[in-house]
Design a protein around this ligand. Structure first.
Ligand SMILES: NC(=O)c1ccc[n+]([C@@H]2O[C@H](COP(=O)([O-])OP(=O)(O)OC[C@H]3O[C@@H](n4cnc5c(N)ncnc54)[C@H](OP(=O)(O)O)[C@@H]3O)[C@@H](O)[C@H]2O)c1
Length: 270
């Protein structure tokens, strides 16, 4: 399978590039970054000190979709929305881990997924997706007597908040409770806010240092508290998840999938 790597000069994208180049069943078809990157024109293999592979870094999104079977994308929300539209037009599958998409940008993903198979996951690790499934299950068992709080702790470079994983966990809790997500989400707590509304799903954001990604879901009852958590200890786990997702997605019909579909963690309630 010929893979395109979007965001190939970034923290995660550069690791994806390294893994695609080293994976026996995958070939690098193209790679792209932002149009004003200083790395445009450089050989993808040499980018991180390896041997040249004859594929140069491009700033043109179209270049990703001309020759590839599937694109793996860890870039930025505006770029991801454009990639999804191009992927649908060129019949190229897409695995995307970019977070922080607006409703309009997310709608581009939904529209594109009517024509092609897309896997979108705010966290590509196995453990975080188990945490999502457990959060949905526990939220169904522990009723509104238990206050749900999601705490996302990430590194200082993270630009969108709450994290995509925090929002997915809050959505999973709303789904488990069978309540509307938007009207139960509580993320701004400043000043004289009054008592916590019953049934609210709280999301708190912490940022600092090089903490890769740590999420805690707390079910706070009257005489007890249950907490489940997940920590990413190396970004390798995210990249391996994305590569596994790419291989899984190549045989799938059009639709919008996430990692829980691949891991068969999805309840019947989807
Ligand atoms: N799903 C997951 O498991 C997971 C894990 C970690 C991160 N993420 C998400 O993945 C995304 C990238 O994270 P990162 O930490 O790798 O960020 P990063 O280091 O800032 O890398 C972003 C990459 O995207 C490129 N880019 C930025 N704006 C662009 C645009 N408008 N058009 C095309 N390319 C553009 C950047 O190029 P320049 O360097 O030239 O700007 C860079 O190559 C973020 O949304 C992050 O939240 C997801």
């Amino acid at each position: 399978m010929k893979i395109g790597v979007a965001g190939c000069t970034g923290r995660i994208g550069s690791l994806v590039l390294k893994h695609v180049l080293g994976y026996p069943d995958l070939a690098l078809g193209a790679c792209a970054t932002s149009p004003d990157s200083a790395d445009i024109g450089r050989d993808a293999g040499a980018l991180h000190g390896g041997t040249p592979v004859g594929v140069t870094v491009s700033g043109d999104p179209e270049s990703l979709f001309a020759t590839c079977d599937l694109v793996i994308d860890f870039s930025a929300p505006d770029a991801t929305a454009e990639y999804a539209t191009l992927a649908a037009a060129r019949n190229v599958r897409l695995v995307t881990g970019t977070t922080g998409l607006s409703r309009v940008q997310q709608n581009c993903i939904h529209l594109a997924s009517q024509k092609i198979a897309i896997l979108q996951a705010p966290n590509m690790s196995l453990g975080a997706n188990v945490l999502l499934a457990l959060t949905e299950q526990l939220s169904a068992v522990l009723d509104a007597e238990y206050d749900v709080e999601v705490i996302g702790k990430l590194h200082r470079r993270k630009v969108d908040a709450p994290s995509g994983t925090s929002l997915a966990l809050a959505r999973a809790a709303a789904k488990g409770r069978a309540v509307d997500f938007d009207s139960h989400l509580e993320q701004q707590r400043v000043g004289h806010i009054g008592p916590r509304p019953r049934g609210a799903i709280g999301v708190a954001t912490m940022r600092g240092g090089d903490n890769l990604s740590e999420h805690v879901v707390m079910f706070a009852g009257t005489h007890e508290r249950l907490e489940i958590s997940h920590s990413v200890l190396s970004e390798e786990i995210l990249v391996l998840g994305a590569i596994r997702a790419a291989i899984w997605l190549q045989s799938k019909p059009p639709g919008l999938y996430d990692l829980r579909d691949m891991l068969v963690l999805r309840g019947a309630s989807r």
